[in-house]
Design a protein around this ligand. Structure first.
Ligand SMILES: [Zn+2]
Length: 437
């Protein structure tokens, strides 16, 4: 029956649901955005056909990988299913469903526990089927897939044959815009600009907390290393955990302090955020003055008990809002023992006013030079580039998060330390630098 065939062709072309273009990478990288410098389309990554997607890096990669598909029009409330093939020997990446509204805003699922992320579980180097199936969120107009490998991990994952079925609306897929991140430049170490004086380096290592009263292994390992290499550093303490200190932990902390290797400084009580009038706030943001005074007093009492002396240096914990406000500045100025402020940003007017009106000295940050490019991800090349770009700067406060330095991250920190040692920088604790020995 010719007329029925003609009719169905007509109906299909009028209201045909979109399909994911180039889901099997047979057209190479076309219709995907490669927002990184490592992901590739390769024959070796194909399950079927000629080509497949390979993300990740065998070496430590502080930049991670980011590959995005076309946006497909979707119908809210309907179920959409994404299938693909994946092969992994390490859990270093995942597949994410990203729903956005017509205005380009994130469209959250109606069911808060909806599974929008697939991570490889079978790490046997064999191909396995991956699948995500969710209801299209009520405000969603678009769906795209995002393949992402985690900053600071090592390993390769292959993906192929992405398909999206169900929940798709009529309309044309929209190709993604590629945004390659800027890579930190590789610096020729033989051409570093000369310095009049070796720089001072204050290692600001955050989030020291006792676990079941004991000092976690990474902090002990670092302190041993620092002592061997003549490095002084600052450990930012969350004071609530001090209440549980075992005699051994207390003894260890006092020894580090007495040897001058480690200064324990005040980084907050718990680091937990809180909510004020519906706004998520960092621990030390928007406290009432009496709450701030009480929190500082409790923390100093804990320090006196465990360390035998109060904290002399303060650096506020980060979080969902600015990390401190004028109330905290006033509380700091009213504490006679806290005399050094590890300022979380370059010096500004509020900082200058605090210094002028109080006994507090500020050590500020230079954004270019840091241990980590993302929280918990040390980045050697970025640190070297930042250090080289600031030959006039007398000191650097370099922030890191050792509890997050698993796997290759710790080794990346060691590379940075070796570089700084080779530059003959003077490693010094915050109080020793700001106040003198
Ligand atoms: Zn912190």
């Amino acid at each position: 029956m010719r007329w029925t065939a003609a009719l169905s062709v007509l109906l299909l072309s009028a209201g045909r649901a979109a399909e994911l273009p180039n889901g099997g990478f047979e057209d190479g990288p076309l219709r995907w955005a490669f927002n990184d410098h490592t992901s590739q389309v390769l024959p070796a990554a194909a399950r079927g056909g000629r080509l497949g997607l390979r993300v990740g890096s065998l070496e430590y990669n502080p930049d991670g990988a980011s590959v995005a598909s076309c946006k497909l029009p979707v119908t809210p409330g309907e179920t959409t299913t994404v299938t693909f093939a994946a092969r992994a020997t390490a859990a270093c990446s995942g597949v994410y469903l990203q729903f956005t509204s017509a205005a380009g805003k994130e469209a959250p699922p109606a069911e808060p526990k909806a599974q929008l992320v697939w991570l490889p579980r079978e790490l046997d180097g064999q191909w396995h089927d991956g699948r995500l199936s969710v209801a299209v969120p009520p405000t969603a107009a678009w769906l795209n897939l995002w393949v992402h490998s985690f900053a600071g991990s090592a390993g390769l994952n292959d993906y192929d044959d992405f398909q999206v079925s169900g929940g798709l609306a009529a309309g044309e897929p929209v190709p993604p815009v590629e945004r390659k991140p800027r890579l930190a430049p590789e610096v020729d170490l033989s051409k570093l600009p000369p310095r009049a004086q070796p720089a001072a380096v204050i290692l600001k290592l955050d989030d020291f907390r006792l676990v079941r009263g004991e000092v976690p292994e990474v902090w002990q390992r670092l302190a041993t290393l620092f002592a061997q290499r003549g490095v002084q550093a600052g450990y930012g303490v969350l004071a609530e955990s001090l209440a549980s200190a075992t005699p051994a932990a207390r003894e260890w902390m006092r020894q580090q302090q007495a040897a001058g290797t480690i200064e324990f400084w005040f980084h907050g009580w718990t680091h937990q955020s809180h909510t004020v009038a519906g706004q998520a706030c960092s621990e030390l943001f928007k406290l009432r003055p009496e709450e701030a005074t009480d929190l500082f007093a409790r923390s100093q009492a804990a320090a006196r008990l465990v360390l035998g002396q109060p904290f002399r240096t303060f650096g506020p914990p980060g979080g969902p809002s600015p990390s401190f406000d004028a109330t905290i500045g006033a509380t700091l100025a009213a504490d006679p023992d806290l005399r050094v402020f590890l300022y979380p940003q370059p010096l500004d007017d509020a900082g200058r006013a605090l210094v002028a009106a109080s006994h507090v000295k500020i050590l500020d940050r230079a954004w270019q030079a840091n241990l980590e490019s993302a929280v918990g991800v040390p980045h050697y090349r970025a640190l070297v580039a930042g250090y080289a770009a600031l030959p006039e700067r007398p000191y650097f406060v370099l922030q890191g998060h050792p509890p997050m330095w698993s796997g290759g991250r710790y080794d990346e920190f060691l590379r940075i330390l070796d570089f700084l040692v080779a530059q003959r920088v003077e490693f010094v604790t915050p109080a020793a630098y700001a106040l003198g020995p």
